[in-house]
Design a protein around this ligand. Sequence first.
Ligand SMILES: Nc1ncnc2c1ncn2[C@@H]1O[C@H](COP(=O)(O)OP(=O)(O)OP(=O)(O)O)[C@@H](O)[C@H]1O
Length: 322
Amino acid sequence: MAAIELDGVSKRYGAVTALDDLSLTVDEGEVFGFLGPNGAGKSTAINVLLDFVQPDAGEVRLLGDPIRREESAPIRDRVGVLPEGFGVYGRLSGRKHLEFAVDSKAADQDPDELLERVGLTGDGGRPAGDYSRGMQQRLVLAMALVGEPDLLVLDEPSTGLDPNGARRMREVVREEAARGATVFFSSHILGQVEAVCDRVGIIRDGEMIAVDSVAGLREASGAESVLEIAVGGDPSAAALDAVRELGGVSEVRAAGDQVTVTLGGDVRKTAVLDALESAGVEVADFETRETSLEDLFTAYTGGGSGDRRADTDTDDDGGESR
Ligand SMILES: Nc1ncnc2c1ncn2[C@@H]1O[C@H](COP(=O)(O)OP(=O)(O)OP(=O)(O)O)[C@@H](O)[C@H]1O
């Protein structure tokens, strides 16, 4: 059974098409990363699938059942959510938040164990209003785990977390997946999702432009990694052509004493360096960059990321400006 089914979902806000005929199926037990630049439509899609926002068109099914406002309570009990603009009750302690969540879901979890899972041991008695943003995020993640939900929907769960917190979050995702939960989470950072995701969907301008494993996306995009090479002086056109002619090189760019080579398939980095040196170019230094989300966007769309499709040019970062 599919845990999440979006079928032809569209949503407009005035001149902005937030979701454009979006279809997506996430299978039960899957860890699915939902990636896209600011304003791509990630939160809108999540809000639609949680029935916080009514789509203009399309169907949504969660855990096999259609989402309907008046009937969604039983489904909600099986879903744990870390929403985009979460808030905490400032004067209530972290532990109290969890006690309420446990009571309201008639679960039998120990709030202190939940605090420990998200790295808040020792802070449970403090008012949540005194927590840092990252600590509040951890608390809301712990609340999402209450009742061992069948489906976890996490909107940008790593944002605001320190590296330790981001690691804990990934561990929690793995633990939840190991007990059979489906996890759906959004991010705009590929590195944060690739460690835990079975599959990734890339959304841009409200449209799903690719769905695959991260390895599959890299392979299909032909942009497995990018080699940044510092060279002594301007490289000759012949040297750059020698690199271009290597199998598996998808792009070669030079700017001053910097050469950027995008590698697809299985070309060896040393082959690139050798080709430059054989053409008389002095290689001073080099480093490899992992394919970034932007590289993947470029590979998939042949252009930059994050353009808006609105009639205005004022909402490049519309997702953040509300
Ligand atoms: N309530 C709203 N009113 C007006 N426009 C909205 C509203 N919600 C979303 N939008 C617009 O829809 C588009 C998609 O926004 P959304 O928040 O879904 O993007 P996102 O991918 O979650 O972005 P981010 O990574 O910045 O959180 C944006 O252009 C945004 O301005």
